[in-house]
Design a protein around this ligand. Structure first.
Ligand code: SAM
Length: 397
């Protein structure tokens, strides 16, 4: 798929990255110009420069980046002839359908070919994609693109109404993906196309619940199991990077030293309180002229009294109150289970390195409903002996 050379050549497709939201495919054709609000560029000036280059415009109005196409970039840049599948759905469907190197897959309809490009890359030269489209102009355009993008050996595109005429493929494919207005009409045809010697999978992509329900009925009737519906939504995350983190060893040393200082201060306060109390008592004892219970030879009072205990504990309490000024929030940067964010940053996820931490906060707003994804599984046929003694495959009725 696409050029793997380091430099751009005539006839290559490049993706022109203008802004994050504005990407455009460009077929490099010597003699042509590319004009945009970011300036004017000659195609011939792009020939020979490496893919990924940043190129300044001829009229000084800005710059563009010329990128090597990938299925992801193609989905972001392709000319829309229909609604298309976007990357979150594509990734989820590919994973659930277990599409991988060597897989044989059916998709209908082809539409703008967004899903087809990702599938073609996943299955590689050892797999095959049969793509069906009943709109003739769309089928022709998609076929041209598949050829230009080097996918002709991997993808076979047929102009066909699959609901009416089926796929004309029997017991062959590992998975089927239906992005059609009436997928339930193609479920039996899909079952016929799926191989029966192993577990196979189907996915139907429909924008509304009424369509989902009709599809689920059709899947049930056709004997598919594990029918499951998903919706892929996009939830933006706000990411904060917190600098100046300490390694956990330093944090622990700092905490130990702070604790030691607090303990020394507490003991000093108790000692001061005791000596004040003892001074007061001594003065009053001397004034009264009475011997004090527990006084030593010199007349000094024994250290421990109930009063003292009270004062001691009051001081400890005050001391701890004084020390209750929270220590500076410590952010630990080593292990997720020792993470302390100091309650400052609402965190739902944390990524750490030895000197930095990334905290992310999920935004309440959820975007991106495109469609509901209904998945199902077709179990392999059980082998049963037929009356003539040979083995036949029994499948769902
Ligand atoms: N998945 C495609 C993509 O990612 O670019 C988009 C598919 S588009 C939403 C649906 C396509 O299905 C349309 O191009 C339409 O012409 C085609 N279609 C609708 N009914 C069909 C049928 N019965 N047989 C074949 N194609 C059909």
């Amino acid at each position: 798929m696409w050029s793997t050379a380091r430099e751009i050549a005539a006839g290559d497709v490049v993706i022109v990255w203008l802004t994050r939201d504005l990407l455009q495919p460009l077929l490099i054709t010597p003699g042509k110009d590319f004009n945009s609000k970011f300036g004017n560029y000659r195609h011939s000036d792009l020939i020979g420069i490496p893919f990924g280059s940043k190129v300044g415009s001829r009229n000084g109005k800005g710059f563009i980046n010329v990128l090597r196409p990938t299925p992801e970039l193609w989905t972001m840049a392709l000319p829309h002839r229909t609604q298309i599948l976007y990357l979150a759905d594509i990734a989820f469907i590919t994973s659930w359908l277990d599409i991988k190197r060597g897989s044989r897959v059916i998709e209908a309809g082809t539409g703008s070919g967004s899903f087809s490009h990702s599938v073609a890359r996943s299955i590689g030269a050892t797999g095959h994609l049969w793509s069906f489209e009943f709109h003739e102009a769309r089928a022709t355009k998609a076929r041209e693109e598949f050829t230009r993008h080097g996918m002709a050996d991997i993808v076979t595109l047929a102009h066909r109404n699959v609901c009416k005429d089926g796929f004309a493929i029997i017991d062959t494919v590992d998975s089927v993906f239906l992005d059609l207005p009436a997928p339930w009409d193609a479920v039996d045809h899909a079952k016929r196309a799926l191989r029966k010697d192993r577990t196979t999978r189907i996915c139907c992509f429909s924008p509304c619940m009424e369509q989902v329900l009709r599809t689920v009925n059709a899947l049930n009737e056709a004997g598919f199991t594990e029918i499951t519906m998903y919706e892929t939504l996009i939830r933006p995350h706000e990411v904060h990077q917190i600098p100046s983190l300490l390694p956990i060893g330093d944090v622990s040393d700092r905490l130990k030293k702070a604790e030691q200082r607090r303990e020394e201060k507490r003991l000093r306060q108790i000692a001061n309180a005791r000596s004040n109390l003892s001074g007061k008592r001594k003065r009053s004892d001397v004034a009264d002229g009475e011997p004090v219970e527990g006084a030593d030879d010199t007349g000094n009072k024994r250290v421990k009294t109930d009063d003292e205990d009270e004062i001691g504990s009051r001081i400890v309490a005050e001391g701890s109150e004084a020390n209750c000024n929270p220590p500076e929030p410590v952010r630990v940067a080593n292990f997720p289970d020792t993470l302390s964010s100091g309650g400052e940053v609402p965190s739902t996820d944390a990524h750490m390195s030895s000197s930095k931490i990334n905290l992310s906060k999920a935004m309440p707003e959820v975007r991106g409903h495109t469609s509901y994804l209904t998945f199902a599984v077709l179990a392999p046929a059980a082998k049963v002996a037929d009356p003539l003694g040979s083995e036949v495959s029994a499948h769902h009725v």
